[in-house]
Design a protein around this ligand. Structure first.
Ligand code: HEM
Length: 122
């Protein structure tokens, strides 16, 4: 499950960049297709992350790791929201800096919690 989680968020970040590139090139149709595939990956990321959270951390809740894992999940959802908003705003030609800032903060938080604080790795 961890392997699937990591594979899906890496592919998600790649799809984000491809969709951004296509939208910026004015290829709205191509961007939309990649964007829809990315939305499918959001679901896989949330499902695999949610599974890990319940299976590993909530089933045997302990402090402080339980709370850190919940925070990791919330930061992951925040990151997905920022990815979606960056794409939607870019497509509409609206200001997007605030969402980029949130994306970077959420990504840093998720990486620190996932790789430095929480114990699972493969
Ligand atoms: C784009 C969004 C996300 C990214 C980039 C991300 C990234 C990561 C990373 C880097 C790890 C550590 C992998 C490792 O140690 O090998 C991880 C693990 C984990 N993620 Fe996510 N994640 C995201 C979304 C989520 C969501 C939405 C949830 C919960 C609903 C979640 C729950 C977890 C859990 C419980 C772990 C195991 C923590 C551990 O012990 O290392 N993640 N994720």
């Amino acid at each position: 499950m961890l392997h699937m989680h990591v594979t899906s968020w890496i592919l998600g970040l790649i799809l984000l960049l491809v969709a951004l590139f296509l939208y910026k090139q004015g290829n709205a149709k191509g961007g939309k297709i990649v964007h829809m595939i990315l939305r499918l990956f959001y679901l896989i990321i949330i499902f695999t992350g949610g599974y890990l959270l319940f299976d590993v951390y909530l089933a045997n809740f302990s402090m402080p790791m339980g709370v850190e894992a919940i925070t990791k999940g919330l930061a992951g959802i925040w990151l997905i929201a920022a990815m979606e908003m960056v794409l939607v705003k870019t497509n509409k030609g609206k200001p997007v800096t605030g969402w980029w800032v949130q994306l970077v903060i959420a990504l840093i938080l998720v990486l620190i919690l996932g790789y430095i604080r929480l114990p699972l790795s493969f």
